[in-house]
Design a protein around this ligand. Sequence first.
Ligand code: ZN
Length: 175
Amino acid sequence: MQLVEPASPGQYRGASTYDVQQVDNGKLLGTISRSIFNFDSDQPRGASFPYDGKVYSDADGVRLTLGLSRKIGRISGLALELSGRQYRLIETHRIVRGVDYKPLDDPDAYRALVNAAQVAHEHRDLRTFEKMRPHIESAAFCICPGCLDCFAAQDDCPTCAGKGFVAKAAPAGSD
Ligand SMILES: [Zn+2]
């Protein structure tokens, strides 16, 4: 199974929140929020554990350690392998400098935000630009790879139908 996706920023971030979804059947295993893992179902975790597992990052890589069973899963990019099963991490929240971001999934709001960021950039208003950037990067859309949102090319662009942006590809499973 090939999970490498050079085009997507598929890196685990300790400050983000993820749904952990089984790849072959789409079932939700649990969630990871700020490195704390909890099962979706009420599996017994034992009284001594305040949570079901924890994500550790060190020189050996990123791994998920389950408290009760002491099972260890390996996280590479946004893929988790645990007990021989494949899971994917789907980002649902991102914390940037203490602010809670939900991925932007409204096309009009995304267009407006990109426009505002472009204006800020043109006016060299980097403070405003940097504030908007996490919203844009975590959105459900990305700038169209066909026309790069360039005004002249955009109108005839078949990739985005003139919008200048496209929905981000699903994390895996499409070929
Ligand atoms: Zn385009």
